[in-house]
Design a protein around this ligand. Structure first.
Ligand code: ADP
Ligand code: MG
Length: 294
């Protein structure tokens, strides 16, 4: 391939709102057969909203939301933005100190004299908080209803659930149909729970056997490596800090323009419009560009 043809493709990419790190990227794109897609912010809008909060015994709803909101105030995760907004709608946020976050896990912070953790079950367990069978049952019920449920712990005890929902982008189903038309296999890879992942996959036409839920950030990179070991050429599309290792590992890493800087830095290509149709356009572009070179 001559570099000239590839550079023309790169310029066309810019016109389409696709930023390409270097001409070589388009050449790699041509061989892709599998496209891994993150859920939150990639297939979905990533603008979550809190639908309910269910406090555990000994906590009230306003307190649960206030503590969770304060603890989440330094996180850039879309879940955090939603919880902060819901908490602020009730009362001004308390200040949090000693903030820590585990990508794909959750957050921890001190709010006044209280130590607050929020995130998935494994993150609470890492922080010494075990869920009872009753807590686990209420979590399962919330997830079955389609919620992304965050567990909150306060001073070592389970304090309740904050339930959120997200909406699938209007453009996602058509873009995924187009990927399949191009002969590519779409796969959903998410840190969220299996019930929510399955519902989103069904809405956009991803086969149930191609859904991987409850995946940790290093699990996303491992999923890419496993497919590569089986001879697949893999594109990964994502936006989060948790997606960065997988974006770097993939043969082609594609970041959403609305994504975190870490994701954009790890990617080969950035989609400025946040529309998955631009992913299919970049694959078509590379095929066309390389077609004209031969
Ligand atoms: P996704 O793959 O859908 O983008 P992530 O890997 O970022 O999801 O997160 C996976 C899970 O980790 C979330 O569903 C949530 O349970 C938990 N989590 C991650 N970040 C946070 C946060 N800031 N607050 C609470 N929970 C979080
Ligand atoms: Mg995401």
């Amino acid at each position: 391939a001559t570099p000239i043809g590839l550079l023309v493709g790169t310029g066309r990419g810019a016109q389409l709102g696709i930023l390409i790190r270097g001409p070589q990227v388009l050449e790699d794109t041509r061989k892709i057969d599998t496209v891994l897609l993150d859920k939150t912010g990639t297939i979905t809008e990533g603008n979550l909203s809190v639908t309910s909060a269910t406090p555990a015994a000994g906590f009230d709803k306003a307190e649960l939301l206030a503590l969770a909101g304060a603890a989440e105030s330094s996180s850039e995760h879309p879940i955090a933005h939603a919880i902060v907004a819901a908490a602020k709608a009730v009362a001004p946020l308390a200040e949090a100190t000693a903030f820590t976050s585990a990508p794909g896990g959750g957050v921890r912070a001190a709010v006044g004299t209280r130590m607050v953790v929020a995130g998935r079950e494994s993150w609470l367990r890492e922080n010494g908080i075990e869920l009872s069978d009753e807590h686990r049952a209420s979590l399962a019920a919330a997830q079955q209803s389609g919620a992304t449920s965050i567990m909150v712990g306060v001073d070592g005890s389970f304090a309740g659930l904050v339930n959120l929902t997200d909406t699938v982008k209007e453009s996602s189903a058509a873009a995924i149909a187009k990927l399949k038309e191009l002969g590519l296999r779409p796969v959903l890879l998410t840190g969220d729970n299996a019930a929510v992942a399955g519902q989103v996959a069904a809405k956009v036409g991803i086969a149930p056997e191609d859904v991987f839920a409850d995946v940790f950030p290093d699990g996303k990179a491992k999923a890419v490596r496993d497919l590569q070991a089986r001879g697949q050429v893999v594109a990964m599309v994502g936006d989060g800090v948790n997606d960065a290792p997988a974006l770097a590992q993939a043969d082609l890493g594609i970041a959403m323009g609305s994504g975190t800087d870490v994701a954009i830095e790890a990617a080969d290509l950035t989609i400025m419009g946040n529309d998955l149709n631009q992913v299919t356009q970049s694959i078509e572009l590379s095929r066309k560009t390389l077609g004209t070179i031969k």
